[in-house]
Design a protein around this ligand. Sequence first.
Ligand SMILES: *[C@@H]1O[C@H](CO)[C@@H](O)[C@H](O)[C@H]1NC(C)=O
Ligand SMILES: *[C@@H]1O[C@H](CO)[C@@H](O)[C@H](O)[C@H]1NC(C)=O
Ligand SMILES: *[C@@H]1O[C@H](CO)[C@@H](O)[C@H](O)[C@H]1NC(C)=O
Ligand SMILES: *[C@@H]1O[C@H](CO)[C@@H](O)[C@H](O)[C@H]1NC(C)=O
Ligand SMILES: *[C@@H]1O[C@H](CO)[C@@H](O)[C@H](O)[C@H]1NC(C)=O
Length: 474
Amino acid sequence: MKLLPWLAAFLSSTIATSSQVPLAEDHPHSNFTIYRSNVSPDHSIRIKRQNATLCNTPVDQYTGWLDVGHHHFFFWYFKSENAASADDHSSSEPLALWLTGGPGGSSMLGMLQELGPCLINDYGNGTDYNPYGWNKETALIFVDQPAGVGFSYLDEGEPLPGDSFTSAADMHLFLQLFISQVFPEHENGPNPINAFQGHYLPALGVQIISQNALHPKQPQVPLKSLAIGNGYVSPLDTAFGYWETLCTTNPGVKEPIFNSTRCDIMATNLPRCLDVSKACYDHPDPAICQAASTVCWDGVIKYYDGESYAGGRNRFDITAPCDIDDFCYANTALIQTYLNLPSSFTSLSVPKTIKNYTVLSEAVESAFERTNDLGISLIPAVAYLLENQIDVLIYQGNLDLACGVYGEGVEGMGEWGRKVGTAKEVNVRMREGDEKKTRFALVTIDGSGHMVPQDQPEVALDMLNRWLAGKAFN
Ligand SMILES: *[C@@H]1O[C@H](CO)[C@@H](O)[C@H](O)[C@H]1NC(C)=O
Ligand SMILES: *[C@@H]1O[C@H](CO)[C@@H](O)[C@H](O)[C@H]1NC(C)=O
Ligand SMILES: *[C@@H]1O[C@H](CO)[C@@H](O)[C@H](O)[C@H]1NC(C)=O
Ligand SMILES: *[C@@H]1O[C@H](CO)[C@@H](O)[C@H](O)[C@H]1NC(C)=O
Ligand SMILES: *[C@@H]1O[C@H](CO)[C@@H](O)[C@H](O)[C@H]1NC(C)=O
């Protein structure tokens, strides 16, 4: 059974702290600078500068690892293109964090295939500059997480994380150290954002808000907004979305993908799938949630995903072919090829313990399948974030199946002279006397599958920049 809920999202923030010059020491062999946390001696960041040979972009870029006890998280950080060209470094710079979903997917997928400052080239031996990279108006960081994914690793004998909340605790510590000691220009950021998986993001948001409140004297992580791209926030709605997407013309296709024989079978099985999924929401015991997954797979999901492999159906875009197993897109395999080149390993100073970079950790994916994590709904977490004045954007491609949730929106989007999608939003003062209205937006991009920035790069960047600037979508 394979139920890969690919998601992505981001988070934005606003805080303030001090400590401009952190204690730094040079590592003699790899040229890492090491920042040890002022908050906990167990946490440190190893970081080194990279150049355009590795990722073709004019901005400053850095890679390294965060060490949290036995967990080691790989990151790749880029300065903003426009902020970097300005001489004024006194003002704070917003930060966006991208986390690819899976679970088990490396954030290098988001970076090199979708929205990074550079994208994998056609040969898997280098990168091309991406004119639609998401670091135009904000610095951007990609983190491989949970530990065990991509270039992130655990010390020997450590159990793999199997749920979003464990990972959220590590990620909070990472952000705290990163913005307070390594790049303090982000501490006062008016609008640092972060990008994640729909499952990871709400959990991380809750962790950040509660840790900020619990430890007011520690560096605060200034979370301002989060955006969930094709997120697997609610498994129940995802299952319903399979039927709706494949058996109606609703996503904007001329003919339903499935014939009425198949659609009748799925429709017959759907109520039981929804029923058991609801039982998992109410009683999130792993046994119940895994049963819900099985019932939904056998009754609904497998009719499509079971036929997704090279030459079969594409889980990420119902109108596209599937060129390679699992990921469908050939450039995904090239990312793996490129990052495994000896020259890439040398530039990144990959520790000896990592023998082979893979875009998907099947071990982490399996660890998540053994808990309730994939069955539970994170809608309550999203509601909690909104109550705490965190803006939330949910965006999706209309042709995606993996994580589609179809809304009703009909308003045209953008000043494009054509309709590029639909957007719906509400702006509400969450508390008496709030200066700020909290923003909750749902955006659907037409002609796009799961990887919105890959399929509609210009529209995706426009959406991001409007969101960051607090501008309307239409
Ligand atoms: C470390 O950095 C110095 C100066 O930036 C450079 O000359 C040297 O070649 C680097 N060493 C390695 C191993 O990358
Ligand atoms: C990548 O491969 C192509 C085709 O073999 C070649 O033309 C190009 O020079 C290579 N680029 C690098 C950076 O090695
Ligand atoms: C309906 O679709 C399924 C799967 O593609 C196929 O096996 C079946 O023969 C189709 N039935 C009809 C009546 O076309
Ligand atoms: C970029 O860094 C690599 C080492 O990672 C080095 O070999 C190369 O000369 C550098 N290129 C430039 C243009 O500085
Ligand atoms: C690395 O992992 C991939 C995917 O599991 C596998 O196809 C490949 O053969 C491995 N390469 C090495 C050198 O172990």
